[in-house]
Design a protein around this ligand. Sequence first.
Ligand SMILES: Nc1ncnc2c1ncn2[C@@H]1O[C@H](COP(=O)(O)OP(=O)(O)OP(=O)(O)O)[C@@H](O)[C@H]1O
Ligand SMILES: [Mg+2]
Length: 246
Amino acid sequence: MLKVSNLVKEFGRVRIINSATFQIGQSEIVSLVGPNGAGKTTLVNLISGHILPTSGKIEYLGKDVTFASPYKRIKMGMARNFQITNLFEGSTVLDNIRTCLLSAQEKIHKAFLPVSHYKDITTEAIEILNIFGLSEKDKLLPASLSEGDKKVLDTAMAFALKSRFLLLDEPTSGVATGDKFKVMDIIVAAIRKGKMSCLIVEHDMDIVSDYSDRVLVLSEGAILADGKPSDIMAQSSVKEILFGVR
Ligand SMILES: Nc1ncnc2c1ncn2[C@@H]1O[C@H](COP(=O)(O)OP(=O)(O)OP(=O)(O)O)[C@@H](O)[C@H]1O
Ligand SMILES: [Mg+2]
């Protein structure tokens, strides 16, 4: 599904991503972990096309997308959230989802047609809110949601873009510790249901162990380890990088 080869990103003379190489398969949920400043968000930005690499290659669904625009990648079924949520604050929860569904169908330019024309869109938006456990909150504005619900809505919007591949940068950041697992349960169940592939940036190693098929450890811009969560956690070099212990 996604193949990243020898990817390098330099800002000025500083090399932030240093020859990163890895693959993500169909319906695979992969976590990306690493210390603060390791380059995780930069790697997500490179994959989504929000920044361009210095060298290396990104292939998605067998096509070279290294220099493709974010718009092109979204059209190919790639979607992302942002480390800080990106919601339409003036629209209700339901309308946030409807906007994404319309955009996925490229009907945004016909937005002045009667609402009845969009009955299907509304039905589908309600289904998505059901999947993500937000149906009772459909008429609320994002500002009145809890941090956890905001994160869930943000992911539901990426889901509504009809994605086959989701990039989630810290989907539980800012969520109260007690709610993190609940939020991940909802997000991961939706990803599995949609048979999507996903790369999740996450700090909490308990979450990583519970929800990922595979883990990539990023250290100083390079992939230090790549494997099953239990195997990765057992490696002393990984423990040292993540927790400062051997
Ligand atoms: N546009 C930029 N110009 C210059 N340096 C940048 C730019 N974007 C990121 N960096 C630097 O790249 C490094 C990696 O940043 P990045 O945000 O990718 O790390 P991260 O692993 O996501 O960290 P965190 O865990 O804090 O979210 C940091 O040292 C950062 O200062
Ligand atoms: Mg980051």
